[in-house]
Design a protein around this ligand. Structure first.
Ligand SMILES: Cc1ncc(COP(=O)(O)O)c(C=O)c1O
Length: 476
């Protein structure tokens, strides 16, 4: 059962449907079709009534009716008396771009294969398992040895931390979702970066949050005075930020802005949730970037989320939360509604790898540097008109082009074997049609191939911004 789409939700996804001065029913139908084909309007989703949609997007009822008629005629909409109009894909369904791979080159996921040494760490962990088998295995806070190792890693990074401040979770996503549902009430305002990490938006919205966008530019990053102003003016309950190698732009918040941002959040009574999932993926970043929590004047004003998924392996599913003891107590009380702990063997493996973090990070640095260099070289050779920001770490870059065709580009690329998420996936309101996240975490060869595919389809997409039909024909 797919959830119906509200008029306001569809209006947000349709934000730029009048682009290029076209405001007729064809432009609206094209836009809805694009949303269906790239998965943002899932197959089976019921659309709002024509009247509600007309009011929301400020179009005439005639325009909406004609657009829906065209979608019905082309097989993208099915209307049944009494049950409304439902999205369809002629000849089948389309999987979401953020879904698993199926033989496609998967650039919708910015992640790397397991780090070398993973197998050996697993064997050492298995050797230590018997000592744990006498207990029940339900470790609501996490295995004590791993909590200590995570605390030590924070301390090494310049943020003194005790084991009692650490909660182990099943990945960073589970950590974000737990913080969201424990700390938020329905209707609470939450500041999020835009573009940003889509599954965090989902977790926050799922907890009832109203999201307030804080712009992050692919070149200049955050407008720090504007960020402070937004916090002080809107006094949100929470701000969810990725200050190090932000996903998708790769930008880092300058060291000198960090203290001011934390002070602004504290003054506004805002809980800062800092996602450090990508924080240790440095290639050649210049400057000093202390963890945001090191600027907190109160232990309970910042919650930090981390993960093993990007440094060690996504299949490990181990993350953590660093918070004050009182916040941790609240999280532990809320946790059983979602899960009852994280697999003990996975925690033991993570503990082993944390014991050799210098080698883990050295491997990632070399691998990502090679892929980053290949990405830059291939883009400048094959797509010289695209704007590519400076890349000094993280997992991806956020390129820009002149035409608003990111969704069409992603659809055309998929027909050539490349799964990549179009720019609008990373916005809260369907914007970013002139941007594309290109991950480089899959290594130099795969990254080069991905850019070659983008270049192969680019001319067709850029020269024919309305060229939806040929692309669709190849996809469905
Ligand atoms: C910024 C950010 N936060 C959280 C996550 C989720 O991480 P995990 O796999 O540890 O749940 C990701 C994964 O892509 C991410 O990029």
């Amino acid at each position: 059962m797919v959830a119906p789409v509200s008029a306001s939700g569809l209006a947000a996804l349709l934000s730029d449907w009048r682009r290029g001065g076209e405001s007729g029913y064809r432009a609206l139908a094209d836009r809805i079709r694009l949303l269906a084909v790239d998965g943002r309007l899932p197959t089976g989703a019921r659309l709002p009534s024509e009247r509600d949609l007309a009011t929301r997007i400020g179009a005439s009822r005639t325009t909406i009716t004609a657009a829906f008629d065209e979608l019905r005629a082309s097989g993208y909409l099915e209307t049944r008396r009494g049950s409304g109009s439902v999205i369809r894909i002629p000849g089948g369904t389309v999987d979401r771009p953020l879904g698993p791979g199926d033989g496609l080159l998967d650039f919708a996921t910015a992640a790397s294969p397991a780090v070398p040494g993973f197998q050996a760490a697993t064997e050492r962990a298995v050797g230590r398992l018997p000592a744990a088998l006498g207990g029940t295995g339900y470790e609501f806070l996490g295995v004590p040895g791993l909590r200590a190792a995570v605390a030590q890693r924070f301390t090494e990074r310049g943020l003194p931390t005790e084991s009692s401040q650490i909660l182990i979770t099943s990945g960073a996503q589970a950590a974000i979702a737990l913080v969201a549902r424990s700390a938020l009430a329905r209707g609470d305002r939450v500041v999020v970066e835009s573009p940003g990490y889509p599954h965090a938006y989902e977790a926050l919205r799922g907890a009832g949050a109203r999201l307030l966008p804080l712009p992050v530019d692919g070149d200049s990053g955050w407008d720090a005075p504007e960020a402070e102003h937004l916090l002080r003016r809107s006094a949100p309950s929470m701000a969810y930020l990725m200050p190090d190698f932000h996903n998708p732009t790769g930008r880092s918040l300058p060291g000198e802005s960090r203290a001011r941002l934390v002070r602004a959040a504290e003054d506004a009574g805002t809980l800062l949730v800092v996602d450090e999932t990508t924080a240790e993926l440095d290639i050649d970043r210049v400057g000093d970037f202390p963890p945001l929590a090191s600027f907190a004047s109160r232990r309970s004003s910042v919650v930090t989320v981390g993960s093993s998924s990007k440094t060690m392996w996504g299949g490990l599913r181990v993350g953590w939360i660093r918070a004050s003891e009182d916040i941790l107590a609240m999280l532990v009380a809320a946790r059983p509604a979602g899960d009852l702990g994280t697999a003990v063997i996975d925690q033991l493996i993570t503990q082993e790898l944390l014991g050799d973090m210098a080698s883990v990070l050295e491997h990632r640095r070399a691998e990502h540097a090679a892929a980053r260099d290949a990405l830059r070289a291939t883009l400048s050779r094959l797509l010289p008109d695209w704007h590519v920001p400076h890349i000094d770490g993280g997992l991806s870059t956020w390129v820009r082009f002149d035409a608003p065709v990111s969704s069409q580009l992603a659809i055309a690329a998929r027909a050539r074997g490349l799964r990549i998420a179009a720019g609008p996936w990373f916005g809260i309101d369907g914007a970013f049609e002139r941007s594309l996240r290109i991950p480089f975490a899959a290594g130099a060869d795969a990254t080069t191939r991905a850019v070659e595919i983008l270049a192969e389809v680019w001319d067709g997409v850029a020269d024919a911004p309305r060229g939806l039909e040929p692309a669709l024909g190849a996809v469905v």
